[in-house]
Design a protein around this ligand. Structure first.
Ligand code: 15L
Length: 283
């Protein structure tokens, strides 16, 4: 290895995480986790295509995850990447291919070239969106069954993560995020909610667990109406959820009504993304 080459990922493992690159930092999840990942001695390097104001102990890089040179520069001196960037809903194939699939490959490649030892990839329940209640709880071993092009991009990101782990030694944790927002927005989310604080706890576990290798975990709180997905894999990394959507149940059901037993939203884990209106052609 030449004198200026970055150290191999394995040589950098075990260091305290001191600079974390967060892609898609201006997005919904990025905004929620910024304060929750702040630690003494840690710098968050925030990356997005839109402007944002860095707080203390934050840096800002305006760039696209599809730009290889910019991503490699953004990965310099970084101890871990939290890759949230990309399109977060269904979209035309060419956009999903460019931003989510090509962009995710660009992020992994930039991390490898810069010697970043760990990538936490924001996957989604939509990678397995067509799985049905008879298969619950879904586990890390549940194979992809995407419900949208968006879900395909998350399955592709998980596969890219596996490649970059097995070929290049990066630690890669793929988090199949359920519904991460301030409060559960609807009846489905009483089962799928990942509270912002639990999201912070989970990402911290993904960033600091010693030598995780390649893992798939589910991102969800300890919801009374949960059980759709396994928490075992996330707990094995040190995550312990503290929140339960049930404290919002009365308000959610008052606003949206009690869902009928045959509500198609509950027929698959991916909920509304499996509905006909979610076809990319119709959006
Ligand atoms: C996701 O992956 C989406 O980004 C988000 O908009 C929600 O739809 C969430 O899944 C969910 O399934 O609730």
């Amino acid at each position: 290895m030449g004198g200026n080459a970055p150290p191999h990922p394995r040589e950098r493992r075990g260091r305290a995480v001191s600079r974390i690159l967060v892609t898609g930092a201006a997005g919904a999840v990025g905004t929620l986790i910024r304060p929750r990942l702040a630690r003494p001695g840690r710098i968050l390097r925030l990356l997005d295509t839109v402007e944002l104001e860095p707080a203390e102990a934050e840096e800002f890089v305006r760039a696209s995850v599809t730009d290889p040179e910019a991503m490699e520069r953004a990965c310099a001196d970084v101890d871990a990447v939290v890759h949230l960037g990309g399109i977060s809903v269904e979209a035309p194939w060419r956009d999903i291919l460019d931003v989510n699939i090509n962009g995710t490959c660009t992020v992994f490649e930039a991390a490898r070239r810069a010697g970043v030892p760990r990538v936490v990839f924001a996957s989604s329940n939509h990678a397995v969106g067509y799985r049905t209640p008879d298969e619950y709880p879904l586990t890390a071993a549940t194979p992809p069954l995407p419900d949208t092009y968006y879900g395909v991009s998350k399955a592709a990101g998980e596969a890219l993560g596996a490649l970059y782990h097995h070929r290049y030694g990066l630690d890669v944790v793929c988090v199949r995020i359920m519904t991460c927002c301030t409060e559960p927005p609807d009846a489905r989310a009483l089962s799928t909610w990942l509270s912002p604080d639990d999201c912070g706890r989970l990402l911290e576990a993904c960033l600091t667990a010693p030598k995780p290798g390649y893992r798939i975990v589910y991102g969800v709180s300890r919801n009374t109406r949960g059980g759709w997905v396994s928490l075992d894999e996330a707990r094995a990394l040190g995550y312990e959820p503290a929140d339960d959507a049930e404290r919002h149940a009365a308000a959610v059901l008052a606003a949206h009504g009690e869902p009928p037993a045959d509500d198609p939203v509950f027929a698959h884990v991916g909920g509304p993304f499996t509905a006909a209106e979610f076809d990319a052609d119709r959006l």
